[in-house]
Design a protein. Structure first.
Length: 61
């Protein structure tokens, strides 16, 4: 994710992680200066609502 954002300073992203991985992800993103560009959402993709969908969005060039 960080590599994908490196070339696009205007891009934002989100990751969906279970606890306690969410805490580790936030710590890592803060250390790399990406906490303001990558949102960490806590949840379980197998049990939380929306578990069968993914959204990828691209801002037109």
């Amino acid at each position: 994710m960080a590599a994908a954002l490196r070339d696009r300073p205007d891009a934002r992203a989100g990751v969906f992680e279970r606890a306690p991985v969410d805490v580790a992800a936030r710590t890592l993103l803060r250390a790399r200066g990406l906490a303001d560009r990558i949102e960490v959402i806590t949840g379980d993709m197998f049990t939380d609502a929306g578990d069968r969908s993914a959204l990828l969005a691209r801002k037109p060039a």
